[in-house]
Design a protein around this ligand. Structure first.
Ligand SMILES: NC(=O)c1ccc[n+]([C@@H]2O[C@H](COP(=O)([O-])OP(=O)(O)OC[C@H]3O[C@@H](n4cnc5c(N)ncnc54)[C@H](OP(=O)(O)O)[C@@H]3O)[C@@H](O)[C@H]2O)c1
Length: 403
């Protein structure tokens, strides 16, 4: 079998994880021959002569026949990846932002130059969701896909809800443990999860939806009273990414959800991710695993290297004409009593409470109106679809709370 010569871009967390995983698997027909990094003066665990600074010294090296892109700069990553595909060099990337924002262009380049790009490591770390959807589910009518797609936010929510840590303490612990970036915005505001959701939608439904068209609300606005509300009802709050197929359209969003004990997602804690796929034939299946980190992601990238060495490429799902649409969802919205939200934006209100320090409303609202409502300061939303029955039972039991 031919041994691929890898030109690696990036030798940070994932790049080093790939190196370790490959060293442990000499049967994989590939070796890393050059590594491009930003700072050549950094101490590295490998011989200095492997490292280069100029991307061209990899891209123009005719001996290199596989490009693995693991840098943290999405714009440059797209330039590197497109250049490589144009030279008919197969590509592997773990960069969800780059892949999600350019998926249509990447598919076109892949077809035009008849050269594969794989990106298993970009979505939920060690969980093999892309290959599972592409291969195993290729004959399945996927109806819904949802899950915990971001390990940092799940870690923070676990610490805040289970261990009563403050949001700041939990975020700092996530950063110390390497689960959250120094700038955590992409994680905590739900962007990272929606990049992954956009990629998953492509492989589950055969539709490309740009991440800008997916609603996202993160965990940054969750208040103490939201957590009290959840705890009193035996619920947890999880940041879920979710896409649901209807007849000729689908909905997709990332938002905090109340999750009840009956859901398999209730038990997924800390940096773990989970993906729940509902199909017309197979019904529900859940995949749970480490969503990030050096070795789990390094192994996902290595599995793509091995796949390329075995001539694997993603088969395209039949392209669907379905479009994303806003939908009416039942949500809990909390607000400051000094600045109540516009209740008229709800199509149906089932519960309303305004106390001295906090207020909330539970009702049905169109996701476009929800976006408008969230422009109010001190307003947060939690979707109730993972725990609707529990909230209804509570409403019967504690009816005095209804305002
Ligand atoms: N960390 C995870 O658990 C995880 C999980 C899934 C996906 N990913 C994705 O994998 C990618 C890499 O993440 P990471 O955590 O490994 O990042 P990281 O630890 O910050 O490492 C980034 C690497 O990219 C190099 N780099 C940055 N800009 C560059 C440039 N202009 N030219 C050449 N090299 C450049 C850096 O070089 P220096 O070493 O010289 O600074 C460094 O080696 C990202 O797209 C990320 O979203 C990460």
């Amino acid at each position: 079998m031919k041994k691929y010569k890898i030109g690696l871009f990036g030798f940070g967390c994932v790049g080093q994880g790939l190196h370790e995983a490959l060293s442990d698997n000499p049967q994989v027909a590939a070796e890393i021959v050059k590594i491009c990094v930003k700072n050549l003066d950094k101490e590295r665990p490998l011989s200095k002569d492997k490292f280069v600074f100029d991307p061209k010294s990899i891209l123009e090296d005719e001996d290199i026949d596989l490009i693995v892109e693991l840098i943290d700069d999405a714009k440059l990553a797209f330039e590197i990846v497109s250049d490589a595909l144009r030279q008919r060099k197969p590509v592997i990337s773990a960069n969800k932002k780059m892949v999600a924002e350019n998926l249509d262009k990447l598919i076109a380049l892949q077809q035009e130059y008849d050269t594969p790009i794989l990106y298993e490591g970009a979505v939920c770390g060690s969980i093999p969701i892309i290959k599972t959807l592409t291969d195993y589910y290729s004959l399945e009518n996927v109806l819904e896909i949802k899950g915990i797609f971001n390990g940092s936010t799940n870690y923070i929510l676990t610490k805040v809800i289970e261990e009563n840590k403050s949001y700041k303490e939990a975020l700092e612990a996530a950063q110390v443990n390497g689960f959250a970036e120094t700038d955590p915005t992409l994680d905590v505001e739900g962007y990272d999860a929606k990049y992954k959701l956009s990629i998953v939608i492509e492989h589950a439904f055969g539709v490309h939806v740009h991440p800008d068209n997916i609603f996202n609300q993160g965990i940054q606005d969750i208040t103490k009273s939201d957590i009290t509300f959840a705890k009193e009802r035996g619920l947890k709050i999880k940041l879920l990414a979710k896409a649901v197929k209807y007849n000729n359209y689908f909905s997709a969003y990332v938002a905090p959800h109340f999750v009840s004990k009956e859901s398999p997602l209730y038990h997924v804690e800390n940096e773990y991710n989970a993906v729940l796929v509902q199909g017309a034939f197979a019904d529900d299946q859940v995949l749970v695993g480490k969503g990030a980190g050096k070795l789990p992601t390094g192994l996902a990238v290595l599995s793509d290297v091995n796949a390329i060495a075995n001539n694997y490429r993603y088969s395209q799902r039949q392209v669907s004409s379905m479009a994303i649409q806003s939908t009416v969802e039942e949500v809990y919205v909390s607000f400051s009593p000094e600045q109540p939200v516009n209740f008229n934006l709800f199509t149906n209100v089932s519960e309303k409470y305004i106390g001295q320090n906090s207020g909330y409303v539970i009702g049905e609202i169109n996701t476009d109106s929800l976006q408008e409502l969230l422009t109010n300061a001190d307003t947060n939303v939690i979707f109730t679809s993972g725990a609707k029955e529990e909230i209804e039972i509570h409403r019967l039991t504690y009816s005095y709370e209804i305002g």
